[in-house]
Design a binder for this molecule. Structure first.
Ligand code: BGO
Length: 267
């Protein structure tokens, strides 16, 4: 059976450049079922047993745009063997918002930090070993444009797909949120794979109304939502979003430095 790898990332992260470099002319272009969003698939150069699916460029797995819905439904229903998450190294903070959500899907994830040629040229640093530990997935530095690191990223994605070791997020939310998430997970039936329960629980807590279309039965979680909203005096969607931003900003502080030379300062 072919190995399925999904390429996921923000718009402009270099996804098309990487997809073309990895697949060359072995590409098939169509549309995602029922929508006019382009679907591209291709076989990995040098390994015809690996099919790479290029997901639409997205900023989040929220259901606000057609692209987000298409990408997440594919990830939930088709369960690729691995996700290759391409992030723009010059815009790490913004890109990690999607990454933290991809890691909750119960699928093995490899992160490829792209645009490293620009990061190096700017004199900035990204400590990928630290980043890897903080996120709980392997991280590879690449330049899709120059072709550096891309073979290594593809090899690691194939290896993690074969290992079937799902990525377990290192990040946890505040204890109050985690305890409510446990209660929601316990309400999810056996028709949801254990590896996917955390993702569904978070979406239900966020009051994501489109997630119900992906579930055979939807538990009532109003009590859990009320409990956490009263306790934290905020709505659940904002609570989860804010916690992601706080976590990401702590990662950025520990895992990267910006070169201040050449920047204008007020003295
Ligand atoms: C233009 N390094 C550098 N320096 N640039 C890269 C790299 C990299 O590793 N990877 C991609 N790019 P897409 P999405 C462009 O098109 O693959 C560049 O949306 C231009 N075009 O070449 O399209 C890539 O699929 C005119 O840049 O991203 C592209 O994720 C001037 O990043 C852009 C300058 O890549 C987006 C750049 C007419």
């Amino acid at each position: 059976m072919a190995i399925k790898i999904a390429l996921a990332g923000n718009p402009n992260s270099g996804k098309t450049t990487l997809f073309n470099a990895l697949t060359g002319s072995n590409q098939f272009v169509g549309n995602w079922p029922g929508v006019t969003v382009e679907k591209k698939e291709g076989k990995l150069k040098g390994n015809k047993n690996v099919v790479i699916t290029d997901l639409p460029g997205i900023y989040s797995l929220s259901p606000y745009t057609l692209e987000e819905v298409v990408a997440r439904n594919y990830l939930i229903n088709e369960r690729p063997d691995a996700i290759l998450n391409i992030v723009d190294g010059t815009n790490l903070e913004r890109n990690l918002y999607l990454s933290t959500q991809l890691m909750e899907l119960g699928i093995p994830v490899i992160m490829a930090v792209n645009m490293m040629d620009v990061v190096d040229k700017n004199g900035d640093r990204i400590y990928t070993d630290k980043l890897s530990k903080k996120l709980g997935c392997e991280v590879v530095e690449i330049s899709a444009l120059k072709g550096t690191g891309i073979q290594k990223a593809a090899e690691k994605a194939v290896a993690v797909a074969n290992s079937k070791n799902v990525t377990v997020p290192v990040h946890t939310f505040a204890p109050e949120v985690e305890s409510v998430l446990d209660a929601v997970e316990a309400k999810l039936g056996s028709n949801i794979d254990d590896n996917q329960k955390r993702f569904f629980a978070i979406k239900l807590l966020e009051k994501d109304d489109k997630i119900s279309t992906q579930m055979k039965s939807v538990p009532d979680v109003t009590k859990e939502i009320d409990e956490i909203e009263t306790k934290m005096d905020d709505d659940t969607e904002s609570i989860i979003t804010n916690e992601r931003y706080v976590y990401i900003s702590s990662i950025i502080d520990e895992c990267s430095t910006k070169n201040s030379k050449g920047k204008l300062t007020i003295s």
